[in-house]
Ligand binder design. Structure first.
Ligand code: SP5
Ligand code: ZN
Length: 352
């Protein structure tokens, strides 16, 4: 299947992540996408350059205020002199717009207070190239969506930074723009009901929130149980099933830490069956491969065979399918895990 790519992902160097107040090396690094690309190219993949798309496509899922903030966050941080005094070379929050701290929410006057109006964690740093790279990632997902709308059975967006933790107005979890949501909104425009099937090891809280009351974008996620202590901690529980008219249009399948191929592939099959029963006309797969055994960011234990089997199940839906890269942090295996998944999707679609 076509692999959509942009070199501009390398402009985002997170420069670390602040966890429990300590700045440590980032997991979400440029080498991730380069490693995936190397494996897919060696396997004979056809690379397609991401094309620029209008802001209107982002505004289908994000508030203008978030886009305006992210596109200027680094410039204003630098202009305020914060890299010199106190010596912080990335945009990072120190205070948060907790609901009980805000009466009439508004972007605060102080440059150093602004990140906490939009960010919900301290791990998602903004540097000089973050906006351009995040924009390129969304364009990569949109280009994959256009390929599928043009008749490709499936297309893969090899993008970073990832996106599934971003809501309409709040970013976090190493994500800045919700690439999968942007692609889903575009497919929905043309094809009707779409399902976003999120197999990243972490709950796709941003995508769930964006489409919470939307009956035409079904959202489903298999992930390590937040109730067992895992990010995003506050969301991803089985009782979250959609809001308002869209009650029943969200499905969460939390798994216990340590779950392996049997539990995980059964859960992916349940996501697929649920999307089919819900009348989806197209699928967006939020393809994190951090559920892999050995991934440093999750306690799930899925093997390469598990990813291939999951790919087959997703392909057997027989729907136009856009796969969007999310997490996956083991540089030694990330490329082959993606290759196995994509091969599985092609096998499933051929047999569907
Ligand atoms: C896209 C994606 O997979 N985002 C997941 C981000 C989850 N990050 C949680 C980080 C929690 C603490 N990591 C520090 C580990 C120190 N050993
Ligand atoms: Zn993840």
């Amino acid at each position: 299947m076509p692999v959509v790519w942009s070199d501009r992902h390398r402009l985002h160097e997170p420069g670390g992540e602040v966890w429990v107040g300590v700045r440590m090396p980032a997991a979400e690094v440029p080498a991730r996408a380069d490693a995936i690309r190397a494996v897919l190219v060696a396997d004979g993949a056809q690379l397609v350059e991401a094309e620029a798309h209008p802001d209107e496509r982002l505004l289908a899922v994000h508030d203008a205020a978030l886009l305006d903030y992210l596109s200027h966050a680094w410039e204003e941080w630098e202009a305020a002199g914060l890299p010199e005094d106190p010596g912080q070379d990335r945009v990072v929050p120190y205070v948060f717009a907790h609901p009980e701290l805000t009466a009439t929410p508004a972007v605060p006057a102080a440059v150093w207070a602004r990140p906490g109006y939009f960010a919900y964690d301290t791990m998602t740093l903004v540097g000089p190239g973050t906006w351009e790279a995040a924009r390129a990632a969304a364009d990569t997902a949109l280009t994959a969506a256009e390929l599928v709308l043009g008749g490709a059975p499936a297309a893969y967006a090899c993008c970073r930074p990832p996106g599934h933790h971003v809501t309409r107005r709040a970013y976090g979890g190493s994500c800045y723009l919700n690439n999968a949501a942007v692609a889903a909104a575009r497919l929905r425009e043309e094809l009707g009901r779409v399902a976003v099937l999120d197999v990243d090891a972490h709950h796709g809280n941003g995508t769930q929130a964006i489409f919470w009351e939307d009956l035409d974008v079904l959202t489903a996620s298999v992930h390590v149980d937040p109730g067992a202590g895992w990010f995003p901690h506050f969301l991803g529980f089985a009782g979250e099933t959609g809001g308002g008219m869209a009650e029943g249009a969200n499905l969460n399948l939390p798994l216990a830490p340590g779950a392996g191929d049997a539990e995980w592939t059964a859960a992916v099959a349940e996501l697929a069956a649920w999307a089919r029963a819900g009348g989806a006309r197209a699928a967006v797969v939020a393809l994190g491969v951090d559920a892999a055994a050995g991934d440093p960011e999750s306690p799930l234990a899925v093997t390469a065979d598990g990813f291939r089997a999951a790919g087959r199940t997703l392909g057997a839906l027989g729907l136009p399918t856009v796969l969007v890269q999310e997490g996956g942090y083991d540089l030694e295996t990330i490329g082959s895990l993606v290759r196995e998944t994509l091969a599985g999707v092609e096998e499933g679609q051929a047999g569907a």
